[in-house]
Design a protein around this ligand. Structure first.
Ligand SMILES: [Zn+2]
Length: 188
């Protein structure tokens, strides 16, 4: 993974991390939190991009629990060697940004906050490397506890998908996935 990041072929890292095959929508613009931006300005005299704010599907700043906003800086600009720093202008820190007007149901906001907290936890802590089958075992054990595995060891996919949608809610799931995915879920 690190070798791919150092290499010249940028697409390698997208393939290796599974981003290419993923149905999670990529961010179009670099994102920022208005409260963080004002704090950074006060404390450091300038703005900077926060790594955690750039995670696809993450809508909330884990620190302030406020909605993240799109800056005017494209994630994939025409020039891949160009670095554009965060500024008052491209982050519109005076407000008036278009996604200020988006409002979500409390249930959706709660899911977003849980996701933001979990993402931050993953980024901030070091976890030991585990083989793929370790993760499979964890999931299967958990699914057994939930009664979502047959006696012959097969996962009850239909029940799993339905309870997954019921737990997260369709509205939350469709924020980051294309809508076809959730409609497939409910059809199966
Ligand atoms: Zn913030």
């Amino acid at each position: 993974m690190i070798e791919s990041m150092k290499g010249n072929k940028g697409e390698d890292i997208y393939n290796r991390t599974g981003i290419m095959a993923s149905s999670i929508s990529e961010n179009r613009y670099l994102k920022y939190c208005l409260v963080c931006a004002n704090e950074d300005k006060k404390e450091y005299g300038e703005l900077f991009w926060h790594r955690v704010h750039q995670i696809p599907c993450l809508q909330i700043c884990p620190k302030h629990k406020t909605l993240l906003l799109d800056s005017e800086v494209l994630v994939h600009s025409g020039n891949k060697h160009e670095f554009i720093g965060a500024t008052n202008e491209n982050c519109c820190i005076t407000g008036g940004n278009i996604n200020n007007s988006i409002s979500y149901q409390q249930k959706v906001l709660d899911r977003m906050i849980v996701l933001a907290n979990n993402v931050e936890k993953l980024l901030k802590n070091k976890y030991s490397n585990r083989p793929l089958n370790w993760f499979q075992e964890q999931y299967v054990t958990k699914l057994k506890e939930m009664g979502l595995v047959n006696i012959n060891g097969k996962v009850k996919y239909k029940e799993l998908l339905n309870s997954f949608i019921e737990y997260h809610g369709k509205e939350f799931l469709e924020l980051g996935y294309n809508k076809e995915i959730t409609s497939q879920f409910s059809e199966k």
